[in-house]
Design a protein around this ligand. Structure first.
Ligand code: AMP
Ligand code: MG
Length: 451
């Protein structure tokens, strides 16, 4: 198989995954989720013409000569209903949000008036008909579609949902994600230090990346480089919507991930992408029937998965049943810690966001100016970890230091990934560069960089 460009691999991922089914959550739990239903207004808002100011409701025709003195015939507070109709020369004291009285066609702010004895007020400014009135239905009309499926639930959207009394909201289900690390050399977080081993950082860095998208993943642990042990772990992973496997995806004699996952029924869609750091990175789908077969072979769910499920509420449990029905997407990520994280950003972020129903799936990119030279041999798209600093007219990007694919500190310090196109012969200080931001809740429609 040929090496795919990053863009072609991203396209392959986004053509393969679809939004998952919907579930109902309480409004209080809906922040950041994606609406899976159309929402309509259930009344006119505001329900009548109301005052936009604390002041006086009056007849604009009475303001031909300024100052004008009017008689106050009523005091209308927010929540009151007016009881009187204004006739020429009359006004009503009114509070913000209170309904306009019959006969009035404008509001004057209290700041533009002076109180006078005997229930009178002097108006010092002429205002036009309609001044400072919020019209019936100007926010929303009864029956009008106010929110469409695919809308990200922001605090503002929560306000709209509360306005239309949506105490329960239909949102897209979040994918259930499992993370598996592979390698004989790996030492678990809870194991004693053995200086001959490599600490398993990938499971946790990936966990953080998944959590940053609003999903709590399940860590399956470490599988040794042994086809049978690996198969046991991978089968467990097929109980989830998405399985992330770190390590063992290249072509070394002990890299068993690809043949083993294929033996479990995976259709591999790609396993080589022309990127640095990154390749080898693999993506495949295990169809539902294969998941069911793998379950049957396994006999029962693993104790860990069972405990996890028992810990959860019914809806989560039902979600697990649906997983097997939809199949599992498998990402084989490189073992090198930086490569694993960079590949996650390029391929797993768009996939998980698509599954959660978001229209915008890609990390946000900005344009920056590189503060130093960057060497680059034409061939692969390169992602350089950079720090960003605001400067006049934009941002300055500076490498976080040594860029080896095992140098996790270069990632820990980074604000973003500067994308060096495959055909680029290197950059000189001052050149423009596209930087993919590694943080934030604003996403975009496309990858935003050229390769
Ligand atoms: P692999 O892709 O399995 O050939 O691994 C490439 C490099 O990444 C090796 O040096 C591994 O020790 C390292 N590596 C693999 N998995 C992990 C992990 N979970 N955490 C930290 N380093 C890892
Ligand atoms: Mg390995």
């Amino acid at each position: 198989m040929e090496y795919l460009s990053v863009a072609a691999a991203q396209q392959c991922v986004l053509e393969s995954v679809v939004a998952l089914g919907a579930e109902q959550v309480k409004l209080e739990q809906s922040l950041g989720r994606v609406l899976a239903e159309e929402v309509r207004a259930n009344r006119d808002q505001p329900p009548f013409d109301i005052s936009a100011m604390d002041g006086y409701a009056l007849r604009s025709a009475d303001l031909a000569g300024i100052p004008a003195t009017l008689e106050i015939i009523e005091d209308i507070k927010a929540g009151d209903l007016p009881t009187k109709t204004l006739t020429p020369g009359q006004c009503a004291r009114i509070m913000t949000g209170a309904p306009m009285p019959q006969g009035a066609d404008a509001v004057i702010r209290v700041e533009d008036t002076e109180a006078k004895p005997d229930n009178r007020v002097q108006i010092n400014l002429a205002v036009k008909s309609g001044n400072d009135i919020r019209r019936l239905g100007e926010n929303m009309r009864n029956g009008e579609v106010v929110l469409t499926p695919g809308t990200t639930i922001t605090p503002g959207v929560i306000g709209v949902l509360a306005t239309v009394k949506c105490a329960q909201v239909q949102v897209y289900r979040r994918p259930r994600v499992a993370i598996l690390s592979t390698g004989n050399e790996l030492e678990g977080l809870d194991e004693p230090i053995d200086l001959n081993k490599i600490p398993n950082s990938n499971s946790y860095a990936l966990m953080g990346q998944v959590q940053a998208l609003g999903i709590d993943p399940v860590l399956l642990g470490i599988a040794r480089d042994d086809p049978e042990e690996l198969a046991r772990y991978l089968r467990r992973g097929l109980e989830y919507d998405v399985l992330l496997v770190s390590g063992g995806t290249s072509v070394g004699v002990h890299d068993y991930v690809r043949p083993t996952i294929e033996a479990l029924g995976a259709q591999m869609l790609f396993w080589r992408v022309s990127m640095k750091p990154g390749h080898p990175v693999a993506f495949g789908k295990v169809p539902p029937t294969k998941v069911a077969e793998a379950d049957a072979v396994q006999g029962a769910r693993s104790a860990a998965t069972q405990a996890y499920l028992e810990d959860r509420q019914g809806s989560e449990h039902r979600a697990t049943q649906q997983c097997a029905a939809a199949g599992t997407f498998v990402f084989g990520l490189p073992g090198n810690p930086v490569s694993s994280m960079v590949c996650f950003e390029q391929f797993v972020v768009p996939a998980l966001r698509r599954m959660m129903g978001y229209a915008r799936t890609y990390r946000r990119t900005i344009e920056a100016r590189m503060t130093h030279n960057v060497k680059h041999q034409p061939g692969r798209t390169e992602f350089i970890r950079v720090l960003l600093a605001k400067e006049a007219g934009g941002y300055a990007a500076t490498s976080t230091g040594a860029q080896g694919s095992g140098m996790l500190l270069s990632m820990a310090r980074a604000d973003g990934l500067a994308v060096i196109p495959a055909d680029c012969n290197g950059l000189t200080a001052g050149n423009a560069v596209t930087v993919q931001l590694l943080d934030g809740t604003v996403f975009q429609d496309d990858a935003g960089f050229k390769e």
